[in-house]
Design a protein around this ligand. Structure first.
Ligand SMILES: Cc1cc2nc3c(=O)[nH]c(=O)nc-3n(C[C@H](O)[C@H](O)[C@H](O)COP(=O)(O)OP(=O)(O)OC[C@H]3O[C@@H](n4cnc5c(N)ncnc54)[C@H](O)[C@@H]3O)c2cc1C
Length: 457
């Protein structure tokens, strides 16, 4: 009889949860998975990235619950791999390790003035409003005019949260400290900047359309910013979604302005070149007008414009952090891999027993749904390797061995049962105010609720 495989999956975001599900459901080998997570709670960027006013997307958690409820899958939270337990140590306990550690840091934007006071990475602001215990607990929202650099969905999230009122967001799961800052928000003008045109923006249609649902936001696009060249027309024909995005932008450009207290203007063909500052503080953003080059790219026109804004948020992408003991591609900010099999370096040979999936494998692009097909590719390779007998059996066997290691280090790890307790505590806080949930943002309190609250029956 073959011994069951023991696999450690690192990171309980969607990629790690989908990969765990595929592993325990595969029909070739019996697999037990331990899903490690550094935060006291699972769900990765669904909990700490997806905007609080996107309850439908946050609701994906419900289907992930079904996976985590399954036998043969065990959540071990509040454990940072690479720090609390090294990767080398893990390999003594598991036949294989799958990294699904995602991305949290902001990518840099190298323009003069970007370091000024009042210039932020979108991810920092997202971490704040989504109640990530590792981020700021209050936010200065005294700027009346704000610039958001970047025309992807994260840029839209940040712009929308800045353009909404605190009271509009109070019905969501935001915590009290977040509401306290948001209710003081003075922004009445939010300007979103992209250097290329409508056929090149990275928004998805639903998110772009949804901007207009808030009664307090007037979404504006200048008709001058709608332009296409041959390559842009081709991009529209090739992608139904891109074509829809162009149609929505065109509608915003031609309609009568809505009577609303806040304006959210999407500026296209404006390339941010400098954050203007006075006494070290943001006082504006300088952009250069661009025009299409015939191939879907743009050239600068030499025409500059200064936008008086008091805060700048750059939403130019996320980047992953390296994990000690695992190869890392410093250029692409991913674990080098071939279809999910970790490589010693980009283009080099595979590392037996190590795999990657999700944003740490592909880079920070794509929606939650994309992590599912991605996980399939990785887990297929892992199972194939297991069947081929190329995985080395771990030194320590049995499911208790790792728990003994954790206990010997006094690591206050959280479990799936603990999530039920924390979940119940957050729901109770929300219910008291007539909403579905109110997030707990204090790390110690999250651990306390997960470990010490009475069991849910
Ligand atoms: C601001 C924002 C808004 C978004 N909104 C949407 C949306 O509305 N709809 C949509 O479909 N997609 C959205 N996305 C994209 C979606 O969040 C990603 O596609 C998805 O979360 C990527 O999954 P992942 O599992 O690879 O990474 P993550 O979700 O980042 O999960 C990685 C997990 O690994 C953990 N981890 C990291 N390092 C370690 C370590 N050393 N030890 C243990 N654990 C570790 C992290 O804590 C985290 O829980 C959004 C993304 C962002 C950034």
């Amino acid at each position: 009889m073959t011994t069951p495989l023991r696999v450690a999956v690192i990171g309980a975001g969607p990629a790690g949860i989908y990969a765990s599900d595929l592993l325990i459901r595969n029909e070739e080998r019996e697999v037990f998975v331990d899903l490690f997570e550094q935060m006291p709670a699972p769900f990765g960027l669904i909990r700490y990235g997806v905007a609080p006013d996107h309850p439908r997307i946050k609701g994906i958690v419900k289907s992930l619950h079904n996976v985590l409820d399954k036998p043969r899958l065990r959540l071990l939270g509040n454990i940072e791999i690479g720090k609390d337990i090294t990767v080398e140590e893990l390999r003594d306990y598991y036949d294989a390790v799958v990294f699904s550690t995602g991305a949290v840091a902001d990518r840099d934007l190298n323009i003069p003035g970007i370091e000024a006071e009042g210039s932020f990475g979108a991810g920092e602001f997202v971490g704040f409003y989504d109640g990530n215990p590792r981020f700021e607990r209050s936010w200065d929202l005294s700027a009346q005019s704000v610039a958001v650099i970047g025309v992807g969905n994260v840029g839209l999230d940040v712009a929308r949260i800045l353009a909404k009122t605190g009271d509009e967001l109070k019905v969501t799961e935001i915590s009290d400290n977040v509401y306290d800052s948001l209710k003081e928000n003075k922004a009445t003008e939010v300007h979103v900047f992209g250097r290329r045109g409508p056929a090149q923006v990275k928004f998805t249609p639903q998110e772009l359309k949804e901007l207009d649902h808030s009664p307090t936001i007037n979404v504006v696009v200048d008709p001058e910013d709608i332009d296409y060249d041959g390559a842009s027309e081709e991009a529209r024909r090739a992608s139904k979604s891109q074509d829809l995005v162009c149609q929505i932008l065109e509608q915003y450009a031609i309609r009568e302005p809505k009577d609303a207290p806040h304006t959210l203007q999407i500026h296209l063909f404006e390339n941010p070149v400098e954050v203007l500052q006075k006494d070290g503080k943001v006082v504006g953003l300088r952009t250069e007008r661009t025009s299409l080059d015939g191939n879907g790219g743009v050239n600068g026109t030499g025409e500059f414009k200064d936008w008086p804004v008091q805060a700048v948020y750059r939403a130019v992408g996320y980047k992953s952090d390296p994990i000690d003991g695992v190869p890392f591609d410093e250029n692409k900010h991913v674990i080098p891999n071939d279809g999910g099999h970790v490589l010693t370096a980009p283009g080099a040979e595979p590392v037996p027993g190590l795999y990657a999936t999700g944003w740490i494998k592909r880079g920070p692009i794509g929606l939650i749904g994309n992590t599912k097909s991605d996980a399939k590719e990785t887990t297929d390779i892992l199972i194939k390797d297991a069947v081929a007998g190329v995985l080395e059996a771990p030194k320590h066997q049995g499911e208790e061995a790792i728990i003994e290691l954790l206990d010997s280090r006094n690591i206050p790890f959280t479990t799936w049962e603990g999530w039920y307790k924390l979940d119940a505590a957050e729901r109770a806080l929300g219910e008291a105010e007539g909403r579905e949930r109110k997030k707990i943002v204090d790390w110690e309190e999250m651990v306390r609720q997960a470990r010490e609250a009475p069991a849910i029956v």
